[in-house]
Each structure stands twice: as C-alpha cells, then as structure tokens.
Design a protein around this ligand. Structure first.
Ligand code: HAM
Length: 429
C-alpha cells in the first residue's frame, strides 16, 4: 500500500523548529502590543467575491493561484456559494471592519493577525502553497488620521523594530509610491504608450499585460525583458502634487527616525488595492524569493468592498521566510539544546504512580520535567535522561520512604542526596 504524504507545497513543522516559530510569534505579539495593536482572527475561507473584488481579477493571485470550490447547497432553497481559502488576509480584515462597523468608533483600528494563507504557486525554497503570515493593518475614517503619512512611517518604523528585535540583520527596506487611482491611471496610459513600439519583443505575459494592466509589466522576471523595462517611464513622474507630498512626508519621518530605505521605482506589488506608499523588506539570504514581507497603503479598498471611506495601510510578513532567515543566521552548534531540567526515573513499575506524583509536584513549581518509565532498567533510564534532561532524579522504594532523593547532574557528573522539600530549588539551580 502506498504511504500518504503531506500535499505538495505543504509541510509539517516539528520540534525543535516549532520553538523558533513560537519565539517569533511571541516577539511579534510583544512588539504589536507596545504599538497598541490588538489581534483580529478572521475565517480561513471567505466568499470568492471578496478576493476577486479586493485583490483584483487580473492579479496572479486571483487569476491562477486560489483554492476555490463550489460549496454544496444543503437544501433546495439554498444557493451554492463559491468559497476560497484565503490567499491573503487584508481583504478579510477590511470585510470584518465593514461588517462590524468598526469605523463608527471614529478611532483608528490597529489590528494584527498571525495565520495560514493559501496560494497554488510553484513550490520552491521560501515559497509554499500553505504558508503563514504575520500581518497588521491600520485603518479608519479619514477624520481619525488614517491618511496621514505619519501612519505609514510608524508602520515602517515598527517593522524595523520588530526585525531588529528578532535578530534579523541585513534587511533592506525598498520603498515606492504608486500614487492615487488617478495617478495610476495616468501612469498606466504612459506605460501603454511607451510599450507600443517595444512590446513585440517581450514575453507573452508582458504582451497580455500591456493590454490589460500595463503596470503588471514591471513585475516581469524574464531576464530578456529587463533591459526594455529599464527604459520605461517611472511612476514617480506621474504622481500629482498631493501624492508626491505624501511620499515626501513619509520619507522625511523615516529619515528623522533613522530608518534606512532605498527607493525602488519598480515596486508596484502584485495586488490591485494599493495606493500611494508600497514597500517590501528584502533579505539577501533568501535567494529568489527574497521578500521577507510586503505591504502598502490601500485608501480605496473599503469602498471597493461596499464599505465607507476608510483609508488604511498594512503589511504581511512571510513567517516561513523569517524562520529560514533566522535558521541560516543561527550557528547551529551555538544554539542551546532544548532539554528539560530533570528526568525522573522510577525504579520498577511499582514506583510509576509515585513518580507521577513527584513530577506533578515539580511541574507545579515551574520546573520542566521529563517523566521516565519504571519498566526501564536503570542503564536505559540514564541513557534516555542524558538525551533529554540536565539531571536525573532516581525514585525507588528507599527514596520514597526516606524522602531523600538521589540527583545526578550530567554536565558535572556529581551525584547529590537532596531532601524532597528542597528538590525544586536544587534542580532549578
Ligand atoms: P504579499 O506580498 O502577497 O502581500 O505577501 C506578503 C508576504 O507573504 C511576502 O512578502 C512573502 O514573505 C509571504 N508570502 C507570499 N506568498 C508566499 C508563499 N507562497 N510562500 C511563502 N511565503 C509567501 C500580502 O499578502 C498583503 N496582504 C500584505 C498587506 C497587508 N498589504 C497591506 N496590508
């Protein structure tokens, strides 16, 4: 019989690596709390229309990568509904913002999320079909200051702080502005015209995009097309005064805060909802999939989804890529092995219940305890203990009666008799 395996593009995360995932998530939660963000958890699947309208029909995500199915009707009166595993979380957050009338408070909503996303992409290092994002969104009515360039700068400064606190060095913040919808329409026209004489020499995707959405030509990765793309107009020249001033205010605040960035004129991002500020943090150690995270402003998204005017800005970090970067940077040998404080070895099966009681006592006092098994010979208990704990506590009939336990420390080799009442303190030192 063939054995079953995890589906292509998905994977199991196992200890000890999961400890690193937990540390990353704990650090992110801690940083988000200091910036006054609260957690939002939206469903993993949504109505397909949310992504078609929010992310955009013409994007790679919606046109090729979504896991979509027709949900069966349970009764004759029910209609079937097209559902999709979320490929990203911004559309879901804005849907929830509208659905729960979060804008009615008149305050900025600062929301973060951590969870799985799904895209049917070609799997490779750093690119999976189920992956995890750590993201955040700042959204609210314009009267709450949601359009202010200060919000953009604060989000970017928070990301720099988070990456620094995670111990990620060598990140690069790439920054651009895709302007307002009107700026982008103007730029699309300029691109369309500039593409007419050259598009015949470009790849099939570019030829199609030149017609449907010329902006997407800038995402092209085909090597032969790059020299042509370099000659195309840049979006900075199509920004109107307000968009230009907004971008200048973002960079001025970043300069003041000492957050370094580089301008990347081609950074237009693969989702249609972006307006004005767009950004990615890249890392050289990641190879082809070098974007650690991406984000930007989406001032019209709420209205696109039928909601009130609610400008916003946010980002999502690829948690899988964060882990890859940290694992590469960790000196594996220097990483402390994950071991328990003590291993309790019952001498004989008759001591198993007493060993459970002792383990319970110590665990309640905050110790990290591995519980052995009385059917093991002492030699086998020592071997198991040496692999999983710093010390071994032997619990036989004599120890139970006298209340004096024998503890052996594996790094010093020293064996000590310890009264049961002092055991927790002794083991934790
Ligand atoms: P995105 O650029 O599509 O933006 O994804 C953000 C990050 O998720 C990427 O930079 C990458 O690190 C990670 N990522 C994307 N696809 C994969 C994959 N197949 N495997 C592993 N990691 C992946 C968004 O999703 C927007 N919702 C971000 C945003 C929030 N914009 C505004 N607010």
């Amino acid at each position: 019989m063939s054995t079953l395996k995890a589906v292509r593009g998905t994977r199991d995360l196992l200890p000890p690596e999961t400890a690193l995932w937990n540390r990353i998530e704990a650090t992110a939660r801690d940083v988000f709390a200091r910036y006054n963000f609260g957690e939002i958890r939206t469903p993993v699947f949504e109505d397909t229309g949310l992504f078609a309208r929010g992310v955009g029909e013409e994007t790679d995500i919606v046109s090729k990568e979504m896991y979509t199915w027709e949900d069966r009707a349970r009764a004759q009166s029910e209609k079937t509904q097209s559902l999709t595993l979320r490929p990203e979380n911004t559309a879901g957050v804005v849907r929830a913002y509208i659905e729960h009338g979060l804008g009615e408070s008149g305050l900025l909503q600062k929301l973060y999320y951590i969870g799985p996303q799904f895209r049917r992409e070609r799997p490779q290092k750093g690119r999976y079909r189920q992956f995890s994002q750590i993201g955040a969104e700042v959204i609210g009515p314009p009267s709450a200051g949601s359009e202010s360039p200060l919000r953009d700068a604060e989000v970017l400064e928070m990301l720099a702080t988070l990456l620094d606190e995670l111990g990620i060095t060598g990140w690069v913040l790439e920054l651009n502005s895709v302007g307002s919808a009107a700026d982008r329409a103007r730029y699309n026209e300029a691109l369309r015209e500039a593409l007419i004489p050259v598009v015949g020499q470009m790849c099939g995707d570019c030829q199609r995009r030149a017609e449907t959405n010329p902006l997407r030509v800038l995402d092209c990765k085909v090597a032969a097309d790059q020299p042509i793309i370099e000659t195309l107009p840049v979006i900075a020249d199509s920004l109107d005064e307000a968009s230009g001033a907004h971008f200048a205010a973002v960079t001025a605040a970043l300069d003041a805060a000492g957050v370094p960035y580089t301008r990347n004129h081609r950074l237009v991002r693969g989702l249609d909802y972006y307006t004005r500020t767009t950004f990615e943090f890249t890392h050289g150690g990641l190879g082809a999939q070098n974007a650690l995270l991406g984000g930007g402003r989406y001032d019209g998204l709420s209205e696109m989804l039928g909601g009130p005017r609610a400008p916003g800005i946010g980002f999502a970090i690829g948690e899988d890529r964060l882990v890859l970067t940290l694992l590469a940077a960790l000196d594996q040998k220097a990483a402390p092995p994950q071991v328990a404080d003590a291993f309790i070895a019952p001498l004989g099966e008759g001591m198993n219940a007493a060993a459970l009681v002792l383990a319970r006592e110590l665990r309640h006092q905050g110790l990290w305890i591995e519980l052995g098994e009385g059917s093991f010979r002492l030699k086998k208990s020592f071997e198991a203990a040496d692999k999983t704990a710093r010390q071994i506590v032997i619990l036989g009939e004599d120890e139970l009666q006298s209340g004096i336990l024998t503890v052996k420390n594996f790094s010093t080799g020293v064996q000590t008799k310890v009264p049961r009442g002092e055991l927790a303190v002794f083991l934790s030192n």
